[in-house]
Design a protein. Structure first.
Length: 535
């Protein structure tokens, strides 16, 4: 039995040491240089939530309708290519105002051929025959509601990951970001945020990079009068004077069809030159490099516009074929502007526009007040519990207090180990587990008292008290744990923060209140042969 006590003591000693090691980054202002070189040592401290550290909270709305319009335009272009490839004759293809595409075929045979093509490549669309016109048979291709719902869900999740990547590169590693898929919304909490305007510009920018050919055969002046050639569009080149800071807008007539997009970018870096200032250098993947090479080879001595979010950043002349898969963006950028552009392009474009539905800031002083109040509540609650346990149970109460302290250490270490964020409701969860931990010891001690009243020895009372009380403690902790897991799964924000701390606290409570205190009692009764103990 004594060997068993030694093994259990060693296990709990290791657990305590590991917990303390995980708390070193939290309570140490500066870690020694050798600490970061040891890979197995923890590097992360306990993260503080928005309500404790201050910062900003945003609720973003993903604009699915606009993204759906762009998706339908893309599919319409793909269908044109497929029809040409399959030699299916048509007179018109255009996106309708709802959720589909209208096609006009020259014959019923073309309609039948397209239906076969549709079933194999565009099964997420319903096909409905419309009226016959002088141009042919009209067919309505409508996206199903299930497909639209799946697209909205996909766009919301993609937007969340893109925003997370951008803010990670910006340096906000403690950001909390969750989605509310049913509403196509994204909730973002950014504790410790300093420059809110810059962060919002990073988050909200779509960062859709496109390469489009300049139409130099038609007149920009005529297009500005409303005579825009088919397949063209007018966008503006915005140039900024780095010395005066003044900007100038120049209209440019572009081919509407995108020749290359930023989806092929694998890397984006900043460079500085005396003539161009800060520039962003792009590297394309193999497919993008091949497309860029063919594009530049076929359009030597023509201008290629680089368009970011419908604004022409630059429109240089193609002097020769570019086979390297490298591109350079210049625009009189400042250091911060170049860095923000690099982050947007490297993290990728948002799949859909996002708008800010709610913006809320929390001052650091308010967060500090919350921390102080929470700590004061924990100290007061803990002091009252300690006082009660020592007065009512004597030395046994001290053992329970030791378990309570170890319980708090394990909770904090668990938050650090799992990268969880401590929020104000999380502090409430810690205070709740203090009460639960004491409740478990009270159950055990009362059982032990009952056994001693009927004349059992201290050793027998300890064994019977723990065996009978452990089942009750396990059942009560299990039901609370199930509730905490449900809260974590379906809750958001403060509710989830409370659930995380409560879950870790329940597990720590069961370990310390049942097993750690049992080892102490066994050591006193068996190894030291105590016959009596105040309880």
């Amino acid at each position: 039995m004594s060997k068993n006590i030694g093994l259990r003591s060693a296990i709990f000693a290791v657990l305590t040491i590991v917990a303390l090691v995980y708390l070193v980054p939290t309570f140490s202002k500066e870690l020694p240089t050798w600490w970061s070189k040891v890979s197995i040592l923890p590097q992360e401290k306990v993260k503080l939530g928005l309500d404790l550290q201050g910062g900003m909270q945003l609720v973003l709305q993903v604009e699915g309708e606009k993204a759906l319009e762009a998706e339908l335009e893309r599919v319409a272009d793909d269908i044109k290519d497929e029809l040409r490839s399959e030699k299916i004759k048509y007179s018109d293809i255009k996106r309708n105002s709802a959720n589909g595409i209208d096609l006009t075929f020259l014959s019923d045979q073309d309609v039948t051929s397209f239906e076969t093509l549709k079933n194999s490549l565009y099964s997420e669309y319903d096909m409905v025959k419309g009226e016959k016109t002088e141009n042919g048979q009209v067919v309505h291709l409508n996206m199903t509601q299930t497909a639209i719902k799946n697209l909205n869900k996909s766009w919301t999740e993609q937007a969340k990951e893109t925003i997370r990547n951008r803010m990670d590169q910006y340096g906000l590693s403690e950001m909390l970001i969750t989605t509310q898929v049913e509403k196509n919304q994204i909730l973002i909490q950014m504790p410790g945020l300093k420059d809110s305007d810059r962060a919002i510009s990073l988050i909200g920018a779509t960062a859709q990079l496109e390469f489009k050919l300049v139409d130099e055969e038609n007149s920009v002046e005529e297009a500005l009068k409303g005579n825009i050639p088919a397949g063209d569009e007018i966008l503006y080149l915005i140039e900024k004077d780095s010395k005066t800071g003044r900007t100038e807008k120049t209209p440019i007539l572009l081919k509407k069809r995108t020749s290359l997009t930023g989806s092929y970018i694998t890397d984006a870096k900043i460079s500085l030159s005396q003539t161009k200032g800060y520039t962003v250098d792009l590297t394309l993947d193999k497919k993008g490099a091949r497309i860029f090479e063919n594009l530049t080879a076929a359009n030597v001595n023509k201008r290629l516009a680089i368009v970011l979010d419908d604004v022409v950043v630059m429109a240089p002349n193609i002097s020769e074929k570019i086979p390297s898969g490298k591109a350079e963006i210049t625009g009189g950028f400042s250091s911060d502007e170049a860095e923000d552009l690099r982050i947007k392009l490297k993290a990728g474009a948002l799949p859909a526009d996002v708008t800010i539905q709610e913006q809320r800031s929390v001052g650091a002083s308010l967060g500090q007040d919350s921390i102080d109040q929470g700590i004061n509540a924990m100290i007061l609650g803990g002091a009252l519990v300690v006082l009660f346990m020592i007065v009512y149970y004597g030395f046994s109460g001290l053992i329970a207090v030791f378990a309570l302290i170890l319980n708090t250490v394990i909770i904090m270490a668990g938050l650090a180990a799992f990268g969880a964020t401590l929020t104000l409701p999380g502090l409430a969860g810690m205070i709740l587990t203090i009460g639960m931990a004491v409740d478990a010891n009270v159950l055990i001690y009362e059982r032990m008292r009952e056994e001693m009243r009927i004349g059992k020895t201290l050793r027998a009372a300890v064994e019977a008290g723990y065996e009978k009380a452990t089942i009750c403690i396990f059942d009560s902790n299990l039901t609370t744990l199930i509730t905490a897991v449900v809260l974590f799964q379906f809750g958001t924000g403060p509710v989830k923060g409370f659930a995380v701390t409560l879950t870790i606290g329940i597990i720590a409570n069961f370990i310390t209140a049942v097993y750690v205190t049992r080892v102490i009692f066994d050591y006193l009764v068996i190894n030291l042969n105590w016959k009596k103990i105040s309880i």
